[in-house]
Design a protein. Structure first.
Length: 360
């Protein structure tokens, strides 16, 4: 990020995400913070917590006591003590910090209690409205999320800034040797359709697998990447046999080649604040099937085959179509380059720092 001498303002960052596996909101935090000038921020994380290895290139300081919500709500605000503006990038921050900017990616945990645990729903329903009211500014990732924050949290529109999400320059089509290396690493012998998901009802993996089980295409295998645990959570009624393969959490460095090697990528959540994976897949030149609703539609309509995520037959038909016709929703190299340029993390990082530093 380019900042002229004399313009740098020091901000503090809630670095609790450094102790978590990198998924959507953690990726957002990492991509932005890794582009900040090192002398412009102080990233704080729980002193006694184990840091994840995904966050190379981001330097922080271990402070305080405890971990998780205890550290975030009690220890962090005591440490920062409103001396500098605090940015909390991952949906949650300390309600005692008055000099705070928070990024709220979505409010699904309040609007859709059936998608999360009852304790998680009660906690967010209680604390997120307070946090939103006390924060000096709210950053969010789509016009859809902005609309839902206004309605659900009763926040004035003028307090919310939409800055979006991005795709890293590392996501481009990889050559055959790199694809081969990843296929060997994850034991992918068949041609495959890729999906990337965590265990959340919102991610809608059960309908994707139900649609795939009904296709019975022996040439291809559905590869499910992500921290999934046991596939039994999707119901014993879905007979997948060897038509699907669960490969677990995928290292960040392997993702571009995994996308590049796929015949198609499917990601059909019931709702998204933004939805980074389809954008990453398209940047790698892989054809995409994704949902036709909520925040994901704001970018996916440019490049993807769209489905109704609630309709198993629609998902099945789109899978059949994309496998039968290689030209459907094809991604050219020009389109991939345009997406990387349009959804640049560098630009989002600069915009985010500018927004936060106005309060420094």
């Amino acid at each position: 990020m380019s900042i002229r001498k004399g313009e740098i303002k020091m901000i503090e960052i809630n670095g609790r995400f450094m102790t978590q596996k990198m998924t959507g909101v953690q990726r957002y935090a990492y991509e932005i913070v890794s582009r900040f000038e090192r002398q412009s921020y102080k990233l704080l994380y729980p002193k006694n917590a184990t840091l994840q290895t995904d966050y190379q290139g981001v330097a922080g300081i271990g402070v305080g006591f405890g971990s998780g919500y205890l550290w975030e709500q009690v220890s962090l605000p005591v440490t920062s003590a409103n001396k500098k503006v605090l940015w909390s990038p991952c949906n949650m921050g300390p309600v005692m910090s008055r000099n705070q900017i928070v990024t709220i990616h979505d409010v699904f945990s309040i609007e859709n209690p059936e998608w999360v645990s009852s304790n998680f729903h009660r906690w967010y329903k209680f604390i997120l409205p307070i946090l939103a009211q006390r924060s000096r500014k709210i950053i969010t990732v789509s016009e859809y999320s902005k609309m839902r924050i206004i309605e659900t949290l009763k926040i004035d529109e003028s307090k919310i800034k939409v800055l979006g999400n991005g795709v890293s320059e590392n996501f481009y089509r990889r050559d055959s040797e790199e694809i081969k290396r990843v296929r060997i690493k994850y034991n992918l012998e068949k041609d495959y359709i890729l999906t990337l998901s965590s265990i959340e009802k919102r991610k809608n993996l059960s309908r994707i697998l139900e649609a795939w089980a009904s296709i019975k295409n022996e040439k291809y295998q559905m590869v499910v990447a992500g921290g999934l645990g046991s596939k039994k959570v999707f119901g014993e009624s879905i007979d997948l046999g060897d038509t699907a393969k669960f490969i677990g959490y995928v290292e960040e460095a392997d993702l571009p080649a995994l996308y590049s090697g796929a015949s198609a990528f499917i990601y059909a959540p019931l709702a998204e604040g933004f939805g980074i994976p389809p954008l990453e897949a398209a940047a790698c030149g892989t054809r995409v099937i994704t949902s036709n609703n909520t925040g994901i539609l704001e970018h996916a309509q440019e490049y993807a085959c769209l489905v109704d995520p609630y309709d198993v037959n629609d998902i099945k038909d789109k899978l059949n179509d994309i496998l039968a016709n290689p030209s459907i929703c094809s991604i050219t190299e020009d389109m991939s380059q345009r997406l990387r340029k349009k959804y640049s993390w560098e630009a989002i990082s600069e915009g985010t720092f500018k927004e936060i530093s106005e309060y420094a």
